[in-house]
Write a protein that binds this ligand. Structure first.
Ligand code: GDP
Length: 490
């Protein structure tokens, strides 16, 4: 019998370097870890330049590149996400082994979960005599991060950012998680970047560090963001070298903007209008958060702060109980104590309303809430809050009832030369060309889109009615799958 060939699991997929963010509680060692990795790895590279801080840096581990955002913590992470930029591919949560899970660890967990990025836990300071790995793992499990040995598969790597022990294992794990995530290589697409840092330099003018998300950026190209634009005069790498081109996942400092662009803005080549329109919609929505939140999908997000743990739990339970199948009430975070800037950032990126009971709002939080258009609602009595919520839910239900034009179920999907088609059966009402629709999966809205064309047996038709089966082509890229529900609304 012929010997069967062993098939290797290495698939020939082209991916891009992962972009990693380090999060965790203050003093747990985020900066020390970032510094250690940079020093250890950059020394291995041969370069003539001088290491400079541009908001991110890139290293190589076993021939694979990894990009680290070098502003630790969730502030930078949320600032970018708030402006719609999905920058991070993997989050490393640093937890000090001598301290365990602390408030900012919990906040980081909430941010990571909300962003839906893979997570690796680095248990740091294992060189200290008070290090207790089990306590960290137990603390994580209590916060729904189920690590290996605690009923889950979240990977933990014991490290010491001070001595460097375990850091190579952590980098290996990042490569492994990146392989599993099969990050889409978008190097052949048109350039798109995200501003990760910006400033005004007395001598060099407006500076912006950009992380290349798609395509390549080259010197001489005309670029623009929502608030600025210009011609790329120079590209400088994290090791201080002048580059002609910056490739996908590379952080690079760009000289040539006419004004300082904002962190989190998307940057495109001139001639593109798409990003502008999208952000406009966002600013309009954010100007009136209550309206946006209440007309927003099927989930209402709340962040609750109260003076004592007892009332916090009571409020949370009462509020959650108000939700129903169509409108889920989701508490993104709850804690005792004043409303801080981190609360506002979390609320901003989760589009949540901050509800507070008998606690102060810090000046910084107030200012940030105003800038980010986050609503902070103080209450003294729980019933006032419940009444307002009920009223909001009723308005929302009415608005929804009025608007629905048709409902259908995706029964098959087809890839064709003109795009991916959703084979749909109309269950109620009707669907017509140009309709705005929602895609609903497991009761949750996953996307909104517009119907480009409707076809029945190759023929384009203007309208499909209940009982009909037909194929829908959407405008633009839309995430849909078999068994999703489609709802057309006015
Ligand atoms: P960050 O606030 O999370 O960025 O924390 P830092 O990186 O500034 O670290 C806080 C303190 O912990 C500093 O004094 C570090 O020297 C110390 N530190 C960080 N990592 C380790 C470690 O692995 N072992 C020990 N013994 N100390 C550490």
């Amino acid at each position: 019998m012929a010997k069967t060939k062993t098939t290797t699991t290495t698939k020939q997929i082209s991916t891009r370097p992962p972009v990693v963010v380090i999060m965790g509680h203050v003093d747990h060692g985020k900066t020390t870890l970032l510094d250690y990795i940079r020093k250890a790895k950059v020394a291995e590279k041969e370069h003539g330049g001088i290491t400079q801080h541009i908001g991110a840096y890139q290293i190589e581990k076993d021939g694979k590149k990894i990009t680290f955002i070098d502003t630790p913590g969730h502030e930078a992470f949320s600032a970018m996400r708030n402006r719609g930029a999905k920058v991070t591919d993997i989050a490393v949560l640093v937890v000090a082994a001598d301290d365990g899970v602390m408030p900012q660890t919990r906040e980081s967990i909430a941010h990571i979960k909300e962003a839906g990025v893979p997570l690796i836990v680095a248990i740091n300071k294992t060189d200290l005599p008070g290090a207790n790995l089990e306590r960290v793992k137990k603390g994580l499990a209590e916060n729904n991060v189920l690590v290996e040995g605690y009923g889950g598969d979240v990977v933990t790597v014991p490290i010491s950012a001070k001595t460097g022990s375990g850091v190579e294992d952590l980098l290996e794990m990042i490569n492994l998680v990146a392989d599993i995530a099969e990050l889409k290589d978008e190097s052949k697409e048109e350039f798109e970047g995200v501003v990760i840092e910006s400033s005004l330099d007395k001598f060099r003018g407006p500076l912006a560090s950009i992380l290349v998300k798609k395509g390549t950026l080259a010197v001489g190209e005309q670029i623009k963001s929502n608030t600025s634009g210009g011609k790329v005069k120079a590209l400088i790498s994290d090791s201080g070298q002048q580059l002609k081109e910056a490739e996908v996942s590379t952080p690079v400092e760009v000289l040539g903007f006419e004004k300082v662009p904002q962190v989190g803005e998307l940057v495109h080549l001139q001639g593109r209008e798409v990003a502008k329109v999208e952000t406009k919609v966002e600013t309009v929505q954010r100007r009136n958060p209550l309206e946006a939140l209440l007309t927003n999908s099927s989930q209402i997000n709340l962040l609750i702060k109260a003076d004592v743990a007892g009332s916090l739990e009571a409020i949370a339970a009462a509020v959650e109980a108000l939700g129903d199948e169509t409108h889920k009430i989701n508490i993104v975070y709850k804690e005792t104590g004043e409303v801080s800037e981190s609360d506002v950032l979390l609320a901003s990126s989760t589009k949540a309303i901050i509800i507070c009971f008998n606690v102060k709002v810090t000046k910084g939080a107030e200012k940030l809430a105003e800038e980010d258009k986050v609503m902070i609602r103080p209450f003294k009595i729980i019933y006032e809050l419940l009444d307002e919520l009920k009223e909001g839910l009723e308005t929302l239900s009415e608005a929804k009832r009025e608007k629905i034009l048709g409902e259908g179920q995706i029964i098959a999907t087809f890839d064709t030369s003109y795009g991916k088609i959703a084979g749909t059966k109309v269950t109620e009402g009707r669907f017509s060309k140009g309709d705005r629709i929602r895609i609903v999966r497991g009761g949750e809205e996953v996307a909104q889109a517009r119907i480009k064309t409707i076809r029945q047996k190759q023929e384009e038709i203007p309208l499909a009615k209940a009982g009909n089966e037909f194929g829908i082509l959407f405008e633009g890229q839309v995430d849909f799958a078999e068994n999703d529900k489609i709802v057309a609304f006015s």
